[in-house]
Design a protein around this ligand. Sequence first.
Ligand SMILES: *[C@@H]1O[C@H](CO)[C@@H](O)[C@H](O)[C@H]1NC(C)=O
Ligand SMILES: *[C@@H]1O[C@H](CO)[C@@H](O)[C@H](O)[C@H]1NC(C)=O
Ligand SMILES: *[C@@H]1O[C@H](CO)[C@@H](O)[C@H](O)[C@H]1NC(C)=O
Length: 277
Amino acid sequence: MVWKVLSFAVAVIYAVSAAPQSRITGGDQVDITDVPYMAALVYHYPRINLRIQRCVGPLISSYHVLTTAFCFNGAVLENFTIRAGSTLSLSGGVTSTIQHLIKNPGFVSETLLNDIAIVFVKEPFRISNVIRSLRLPPQGFEIPDGRSGIVSGWGFDKERVDGGTQHEYLQSVLLRKVTQRVCTETYANNSNVTVTDSVYCATETNKGVCFGDSGAPMVAPVYSTAALIGISSYYQGCGSTYPDIFTRVDRYSNWIMENAVAPSARSLEFDTPRIAN
Ligand SMILES: *[C@@H]1O[C@H](CO)[C@@H](O)[C@H](O)[C@H]1NC(C)=O
Ligand SMILES: *[C@@H]1O[C@H](CO)[C@@H](O)[C@H](O)[C@H]1NC(C)=O
Ligand SMILES: *[C@@H]1O[C@H](CO)[C@@H](O)[C@H](O)[C@H]1NC(C)=O
């Protein structure tokens, strides 16, 4: 199992680095079998009968999806559909709705402090070749500067004002963690976000997250297992020179393990999250 998970991560790293330019911004199209932990959080606006992919999140068990707390600003929980097991965000795979949500109690909307939330799904997702949960890093596990991770999402290919559109097919990009000093200095004058030691920045020339990628997972090896090291929280300019900001999942591993409990009538193999070891 560990070997299998790692080999899919390594296979994606090679596929992503070899394939030609396309998008998230600057990413490449991937199949759900390459990143089977991906779930789309699709939002329904009934008055105009529009369904858009609002955020993304990785499965951390059959019952739980991790994403940003920011994703739910101004949103009604009943109007979300969670789709797993599909390369497309708006069709295919299996869907569920939200049972309830736990935002991190330290979340501050204005500065995106503690931008992380646990989504509990009503209908659990059964593990298959297209549906799998990601392991969490141990509490406090810090990835080294310069380490690359796979970031996946269905967000826009470029800024909306530049005529960007939503990706229909899943995209992945490899981003490299930069030093905390660069991260802090980059955003020193931006009052919309505060860089603390509970976030890190990652980038690559002309690549990055974009509109609709909030919650996009960054996956890298932890010990010898592909694990969820970060979720996309903030960006300034799609694929710009500003590195993208990720919530450090390892800062919240204990909080996630304490809160992501399974229903008592559980019956599935991976009903609660697991820590990489
Ligand atoms: C959510 O969905 C329900 C049922 O379709 C609808 O009545 C309601 O207006 C929606 N809420 C929002 C904020 O769109
Ligand atoms: C932030 O603002 C200060 C003072 O105006 C300026 O000297 C500095 O270059 C700015 N930093 C960035 C990254 O824009
Ligand atoms: C901060 O947010 C405001 C309101 O959304 C926006 O107008 C402004 O451009 C943002 N500042 C930066 C530096 O992104």
